[in-house]
Design a protein around this ligand. Structure first.
Ligand SMILES: C[S@@+](CC[C@H](N)C(=O)[O-])C[C@H]1O[C@@H](n2cnc3c(N)ncnc32)[C@H](O)[C@@H]1O
Length: 389
């Protein structure tokens, strides 16, 4: 992380600007921690200032360091110049490194939310592709399709991206995201097949399973009429649990197989076969046409609020609801009218960490790219009730 070590920080008056950077305010917590809010063009981020016995460390804040690293380095450099302190150590002077080449097949959730247009595309989705054998097989077998691969295990992602490059496979889009939330961001009736092969059975923590009521509802929404969800598992328990979920629907159409041979065998399948385990397939066939999902609006605040009011009610606490939580972590004061809260919220399986910047006439999230997923929308609504209530 970029940082500098300074002998002193003296007489800085906020706000001050240099080039595209504006240092808006410094805020302090009761424990004496200090942060500085910086804006660069339309983005805001936070620098942390740590006072030690004989010096100060100014460093990037992890939560908000989503911008290219040179922007944060530049901000720290400007701050160090303004501090009137002597620089004892710095790693922000290094030349701007070449941006790491990002694979064109690796996409983030913003891409699926803002850009991905399924029109005239045939789409398959594989959840938890692991070693990627089946994903590559589907991509090669169906060159006119786009195969979306989901994984939460980063090394598996890197491995498949390398293989796409080496083998010249161009119809795969890979995303590092939790499948239980991802489907929300796909258009209704847009997917032909979803593969869920050998999911982690989570026998002791069933709430962590990919398969669940909400997942099935989203599956029905995103599958085309006639589209299928293919669960393949060695766990009879997971198979029966899934079967029950589908039988709980008012109407359902399912095919079941035991020890069906496929043209391709995944790494996990090979392992279970060597142990002579049974393999179960549950194939759900969707028969519904679903209404299009309305694109949710960005998460915004309509009015500001007096910071002193927030300060009175702030405490370190967690609000827990059925499908989201809000955790109030820290409060930093600028003055009576403004300050910053450090908060995390969202779905239990995918939370967002951010600062809430409350100024005289505005409230905003830093960083300001929190996606309006269902859980985040609920948490945002509840947070507004807390703020304005
Ligand atoms: C048992 S492995 C199976 C891998 C592969 N399908 C196979 O058959 O070899 C399960 C995979 O699912 C991934 N996974 C687990 N939970 C997930 C989730 N919620 N969303 C996306 N991937 C997940 C894990 O990282 C792991 O790679």
């Amino acid at each position: 992380m970029p940082n500098v070590q300074l002998t002193k920080i003296k007489n800085i008056k906020y706000p001050f600007s240099k080039g595209d950077f504006t240092f808006l305010a410094s805020a302090k917590s009761e424990r004496g921690e200090e942060i500085v809010i910086v804006s660069f063009k339309d983005k805001k981020f936070v620098l942390q200032i740590k006072k030690r016995e004989n010096d100060y460390i100014v460093k990037a804040d992890k939560i908000t360091s989503i911008l290219p690293i040179w922007i944060i380095q530049e901000a720290i450099k400007i701050f160090a110049q303004k501090s009137q302190g002597e620089i004892l150590f710095s790693n922000v002077e290094s030349k701007r490194k070449k941006e790491k080449k990002v694979s064109p097949y690796l996409k983030d959730i913003e891409f699926f939310f803002n850009e991905f247009d399924p029109k005239n595309k045939k789409i398959l989705v594989e959840i938890g592709f692991g070693s990627g054998r089946h994903l590559l097989y589907q991509a090669k077998k169906n060159p006119s399709y786009i195969i979306i691969g989901l994984e939460i295990h980063r090394p598996s992602i890197d491995q498949i991206l390398r293989r796409c490059e080496v083998e010249g496979v161009e119809n795969i889009l890979v995303i590092n995201y939790d499948a239980r939330i991802f489907l929300e961001f796909l258009h209704s009736n847009s997917v032909e097949k979803i593969f869920l092969h050998f999911p982690v059975p989570w026998d002791k923590k069933p709430h962590r399973r990919v398969m669940g009521e909400d997942f099935i509802n989203e599956t029905i929404r995103v599958l085309q009429k006639g589209g299928t969800l293919e669960l393949r598992t060695d766990s009879e328990n997971y198979f029966r649990y899934s079967l029950d979920l589908f039988l709980n629907l008012s109407k359902t159409s399912i095919n079941i197989h035991k020890n069906r041979e496929l043209e391709i065998s995944s790494k996990y399948e090979d392992r279970w076969r060597r142990l002579n385990k049974n393999i179960y397939d549950l194939i759900f066939i969707n028969e519904e046409i679903s209404p299009e999902n309305e694109k949710p609006s960005p998460l915004l605040f309509e009015n500001s609020v007096l910071f002193s009011k927030i300060k009175k009610k702030f405490k370190n606490e967690i609000i827990r609801e059925k499908d989201f939580f809000i955790r109030f972590e820290r409060i930093f004061e600028i003055d009576n009218y403004s300050g910053v809260l450090k908060i995390s919220f969202g779905a239990y399986q995918k939370s967002e960490h951010f600062y809430l910047y409350i100024s005289k006439d505005n409230i905003e999230y830093i960083p300001n790219n929190i996606l309006p997923s269902k859980a985040n929308q609920k948490a945002h609504k509840r947070l507004k009730e807390w703020i304005y209530g």
